[in-house]
Structure formats: C-alpha cells, structure tokens
Ligand binder design. Structure first.
Ligand code: FAD
Length: 361
C-alpha cells in the first residue's frame, strides 16, 4: 500500500501536521497510532463516575504565540482558565511560583515589591560558574528557599540530586518579583471547553486523513511505502536501539474519586517535602465541570514505565546526539515531537513546530 504521507503518532504534533497537510494537498494521509486513542499525552476522557480526567497528567494550555492560539481556536472554544498552584511547605499552602505573596506568607513578613529583590539577593549564594540545577537554585534563591521548595521536589521528580542535573531543569521555574500568583504569565491561557480529545477529533475531521489506532508503526512498516514520513515516536526505537535505549523519567498516576464536591484549595497542590508523590491535581478545578463527586490524581515519579520526560543530564543528551546524527541524514523522514527530539516541549511549542514543518513540506 502506498501513501504520499505517513505520520507516526497521533499526539498533538502528528495531528497538527496531518490537519495542515490535509488542508494543503488533496492526497491521502495515513496517521498511525499505537495506543487505542488519539491525542497522545493530552488525551482526556470521562471516567466511570462521569468526571473528565486527563489520563496522562494535567495539561493546561498556555502560550505567547498568537498564531498557535488562533490556530487551535479553529477547533475548540476555550474556558478562560488561569492556572494556580499551591505548594505545601512547613505546614503552609503557598503560591507557586515563588512570588511576593509566597515569601510574605512563608516568613511572616510584609515585604514590598522593591524589598523582595533585596531580600532574595541577601540570601543568594555566589556561584562563579553555574553548572547544575542546584547551582541555579542556590544562586537565584539561596539555601533556605532551595531546600524548602526545590531540592526534595527535584529529587522526587528525577530520582537524583539537583547537583547532578543540567541547569535547565530548575531554571524553568520562574520567580515573580510581584504579587501575581498565577502559575503562568503567558498572554493566552485556557482549557478547551469540551476537552483536548474533542479538539483533536475536530482537527482530524477530514476525508483524506486515515487514522489507524492500536497499530505500532513497526508492525506495518514493511507493508507500506510513502513519499514522506513524519515520525513523532521515540528516536531510539526508530533506529532499533542501535546505540542503546534513551533514558526517560516516567510517572505512575494514582486516580482517586472522592465523595465530596471539592478536594483541595487549588487545581494543583505540590508536595516537595512530604509523601512519595510530587503533586495532586483535582480535575474539576481545571475543567470547571459540575459534579457531586471529584476525581484527583497523585503523581509518583518512577523509571521504566511510559516515557514522559527525557532525562536531563549530559550522558543522555550525548547519547541522543548519536541518534540525531542519523536523523539528520534522512532524506524523506521528518522527526518532530517530544519523543523524536528527546526534548521536553509544552503543547504550544509543539504546535508551533508542527505548523512550521507542515508549511515546509
Ligand atoms: C505529566 C505531563 C504534564 C504536562 N503538562 C503540560 C501542560 O500543562 N501544558 C503544556 O503545554 N504541556 C504539558 N505537557 C507536555 C505535553 O504533553 C507535550 O508537549 C505534548 O503531549 C507533546 O506532543 P507529541 O505529539 O510530541 O507527543 P505525544 O503526545 O507523546 O504523542 C506521540 C504519540 O506517538 C505514539 N507512538 C509512539 N511510537 C509509536 C509507534 N511506533 N507507532 C505508532 N505510534 C507511536 C504514542 O503512542 C503517542 O500517542 C505535559 C507533559 C507531561 C508528561
């Protein structure tokens, strides 16, 4: 069987490319997905109680790219959701990221915006050459804040000490020198009114897009030919683990439904220092669904399950670079997405890249 375009993986990367190609060319596109649903990790569905949950952890759309927001807005309406996260430290639930409110509540102070910068500066540890995530946190926030908010959370999340991790891991967490307690400060934020899966379904509504679910590309590879392959699966798998497996950090999700309307004080509560899980998400606070009961999910980081987060150390970046060399030599294969590029991306970054790729094909 021959297809002009074959796309591997029906996550948001593959779906965006499929949608764009279908609009651009009047040619069949085969979208192959090994799971039994579309959407990849942004998939959401109703659980047995009828509560909308995110099967692979909470997903909040946020972006500063107007074109990405406008593009997705063709397929969904949005709830004007502004995400908030609390973190449980020393018996208090404090706003994250660390803002003026966080510091005032933690240290029982009444700092002004101007005083906050000086307060932190006094505590910052001077580090000449920042090499690790620990260096970043110590030099940006000082030891007490590092130990209360970042050290143990990072150890749980990655299963190793922040001093062993690339600086990019902790520098992703923004500090706020103001009273803004929203988790994201992006210009466009929201949750799809009917959920991500419905949005993805709308994107795939085209007669030329043929979706094959529960089908591993490797099982049909020999039976199909194509002009161009867009591959969003794992890079190491594509090359049959020629240089060995790439390491990912995974998560175990423990869902619980409680017989009460509300479970916690914010959509997400982080637990850096207590319990084995890193955070609890309450879905109704993300989706605004009305229901007598509520479903939460606890996240337990682990190794060896679904690949979620590329492991951010030099050793694994170097190993990926070996695969990247092969990828760069491919003629008709285009690699995109968090698995193929061995890189954590937010949804908006993936959509942005997928739009550009489809444009260039
Ligand atoms: C816990 C968690 C929370 C997140 N929260 C947010 C958030 O709040 N906001 C945000 O913007 N981003 C968030 N993200 C990031 C977001 O999930 C990604 O940006 C996005 O899902 C990446 O899309 P993708 O298409 O690259 O990958 P995926 O969604 O993983 O899609 C790849 C697809 O390829 C399929 N596949 C793989 N190999 C094969 C094969 N051999 N044959 C067929 N199919 C195959 C997989 O089954 C998968 O469905 C979060 C990520 C995680 C892990």
């Amino acid at each position: 069987m021959h297809y002009p375009y074959v796309i591997v993986g029906a996550g948001i990367a593959g779906i965006t490319v499929a949608e764009r190609l279908a609009q651009k060319y009047d040619q069949p596109i085969l979208l192959v997905e090994k799971r039994n649903h579309i959407g990849g990790n942004i998939y959401d569905c109703y659980n047995y109680e009828g509560i909308l949950i995110h099967q692979y952890g909470p997903h909040i759309f946020h972006t500063n790219h107007k074109h990405v927001y406008d593009y997705l807005s063709q397929f969904t309406e949005w709830n004007d959701f502004q995400h908030r996260v609390l973190t449980y430290v020393d018996g208090n639930l404090l706003p994250m990221p660390i803002s003026l409110e966080t510091l005032n509540q933690l240290y029982h102070l009444n700092l002004s915006v101007e005083e906050m910068a000086a307060f932190i500066e006094q505590r910052c540890v001077k580090i000449d050459s920042v090499q690790t995530s620990e260096d970043v946190a110590l030099s940006k926030a000082g030891r007490d804040i590092y130990e209360k908010f970042f050290k143990n959370y990072t150890m749980k999340q990655w299963g190793c000490d922040p001093s062993e991790l690339d600086p990019s891991v902790i520098s992703r967490i923004p500090f706020r020198f103001n009273r803004d307690t929203r988790y994201f400060a992006d210009r466009y934020q929201g949750m799809p009114k009917l959920g991500y899966t419905k949005m993805c379904e709308a994107m795939l509504q085209h007669k030329n897009i043929h979706v094959l679910l529960q089908c591993d590309f490797r099982d049909i590879q020999k039976d199909i030919t194509y002009d161009k392959l867009i591959y969003t699966g794992p890079a190491d798998e594509f090359y049959d683990y020629k240089f060995g497996e790439l390491l990912y950090r995974s998560l175990e999700f423990k869902f619980e439904t409680h017989d009460k309307e509300m479970y916690q004080q914010a959509p997400v509560v982080n637990y850096p220092n207590d319990y084995d899980y890193t955070r609890i998400t309450e879905f109704k606070q993300l989706t605004w669904q009305k229901h007598d009961k509520t479903t939460i999910v606890k996240e337990f980081p682990c190794f060896g399950k679904e690949p979620y987060y590329p492991y951010p150390t030099k050793e694994w970046k170097d190993k990926f670079a070996l695969y990247k060399e092969l990828m760069d030599q491919e003629q008709n294969v285009y690699f995109i997405g968090r698995l193929a590029e061995y890189q954590y991306y937010n949804m908006d970054a993936i959509v942005d890249k997928a739009l550009k790729l489809a444009e260039s094909l």
